[in-house]
Ligand binder design. Sequence first.
Ligand code: SF4
Length: 379
Amino acid sequence: MSVSINDPELRAVADKVLNGERLSFDDGVLLDERADLHLLGQLANTVRERKNGNFAYYNTNIHLNPTNVCVYRCRFCAFRADLKDEKAYTFTDDMLRDRVLEGRAAGATEIHVVGGLHHKKSFDWYLNVVRVIHETCPEIHIKAWTPVEISWFSFITRKPVRWILEQLVEAGLGSMPGGGAEIFDEQVRRQICEHKADSDVWFDVHRTAHELGLRSNATMLYGHIEKARHRIDHLIRLRTLQDETSGFQTFIPLAFHPENTELSEIPKADGVFDLRMVALSRLMLDNFDHIKAYWIMLGEQTAQVALGYGADDIDGTVVHELIYHDAGAKTPEGMTVEQLHRLIREAGRIPVERDTLYRKVIRNGREWTVGEPLTAVRA
Ligand code: SF4
């Protein structure tokens, strides 16, 4: 690939990308502040195709938010509720079973579980959520609880994070999602989510999970009060832990949705900003295999275009997403496999169904088995 660039500093960074060299903090800030979308996209697409060829991955999954009651009051959150709010809800065991059976009937290979930190629920209640799901449908992979929840469990039980994770794994936990990362910069974090787990805790929980053999994802919330230097710092902190553990699978850049939040005066990130973040993530996170364009958050069209701007994964059928919809997302609450295929094919990519651990799913209707790992699909 050849790129025509007049700015000598940008040219030097582009050459590093083309030569497969790691980008520094300064390189990242320069790209974030000065590179146009076209250049970012061209460079990120080169890296994306080096890593994942022409494939675009998706999964068949279902979301579950067992409660929206939360002790915290993150300023960007439209999902949480107080105990006595009209919109407050908490799942019973029967509701959990119904949701899992619905997922199984739809052929889901994964259930994604996150929610609020309920004032009155003990760790056993959260443990039971995992256990009930696992006992109802052991073949569905449970990806559950962010470090925010895990550190809350550790706080209320006075037990170490490792012990909490071991209990959850025994109950059926398969991996961890990437949420709760927001922005790691301590000053920004204090302004948008003062009380919840800080960045050191976030990293400690993921490090411990990786040491126990769990894989996890990572996210970044952009488009609120953060600046380029905070975004690049965030990505480099993730890259550093990945060098240490190799436990992360996918990075998901998440746009802040202002509607119904305390920060509703901030305009929502536009499509150009979204694509820039996908591309920058791909360029900075050289040791992450996958960058996800989360269609629920981006919208179907931007997610589709993102497959040419560094993303190789589009998440899944989802079903029952609440968190972004409470904050005004206009996307549907789920998509069929056929719709996902069409979206990926129209973007010029080849759809491949993966399970949570990025193994190829071999499907016969709603029945499925796991095939070769995706490195073999790529070959
Ligand atoms: S983002 Fe999570 S921790 Fe923060 S208020 Fe919302 S539900 Fe609670």
